[in-house]
Design a protein. Structure first.
Length: 229
């Protein structure tokens, strides 16, 4: 069935939208909401909707800071016209604009660097290294020595785990601006069952002196600008 022009606006909105039933079942959601659910559960979003809903029927906007993995929001709107359905829209924080020059380096294949680091960290261990790669990431310009160091420090955080997962994915709709030029972002996410707080702190300290942007939650997400020229 062909969707209307108005429905297409909602579908391709930069901000996640979800419509729930009164029991918390998802009735509909847009593309951005599908990506968001990769970082949090539907029950958590439904709880937000019921917590910030207006006392009576209608719409209510609340400004507050929320963070779900790599997603950050500055507010939300909740609306309902009956007891059967409730909708919520979350407003994403704008992309980061940096005043410093864009990173310099050489053109490298990110998958080759990751495989090299996995090979190094798998020596004399029984850890199962699992890879989930988006094959669409092109070769990028970056400082290969720094990224190898930051990858090794990231893997060091989970060497007590039985399994370490490495995920490479494109961050849809997000970008970084260097010198008034916009660049898309991709991420390397590394996670395991057990983590070392000492190694995590060493990673955070090292990342302060690099052009990489690290999110440390249950796992480690290295956010990298996709500079190809």
């Amino acid at each position: 069935m062909k969707i209307s022009f108005e429905q297409q606006w909602l579908e391709y909105d930069y901000n996640p939208f979800l419509l729930f039933s009164s029991s918390g079942k998802i009735l509909s959601l847009n593309t951005e909401a599908q990506f968001l659910l990769g970082s949090t559960g539907a029950s958590e979003i439904f709880e937000l909707a019921t917590s910030y809903a207006n006392v009576t029927f209608g719409f209510k906007t609340t400004f507050l800071e929320l963070e779900f993995g790599r997603y950050k929001f500055f507010g939300l709107t909740v609306g309902y016209e009956n007891e059967e359905e409730i909708g919520i829209k979350l407003y994403r924080m704008p992309s980061l604009k940096l005043e410093n020059p864009k990173p310099n380096g050489q053109l490298v294949n990110i998958y080759t660097l990751i495989d090299l680091c996995i090979s190094t960290n798998s020596i004399s261990t029984k850890i199962d290294f699992i890879k989930d790669f988006d094959p669409a990431i092109p070769e990028i310009i970056t400082n290969s020595n720094n990224i190898i160091k930051i990858l090794n420090k990231s893997y060091a955080c989970f060497l007590q785990s039985d399994t370490i997962k490495t995920r490479v994915f494109f961050r849809v709709g997000e970008h970084i601006i260097f010198e008034n030029e916009k660049y898309p972002i991709f991420s390397i996410e590394i996670s395991g069952e057990k983590s070392s707080e000492k190694a995590m702190n060493e990673l955070k300290l090292f990342s302060l002196n690099t052009n990489f942007y690290i999110d440390v939650q249950k796992g480690i997400t290295i956010n990298i600008p996709m500079i190809t020229r």
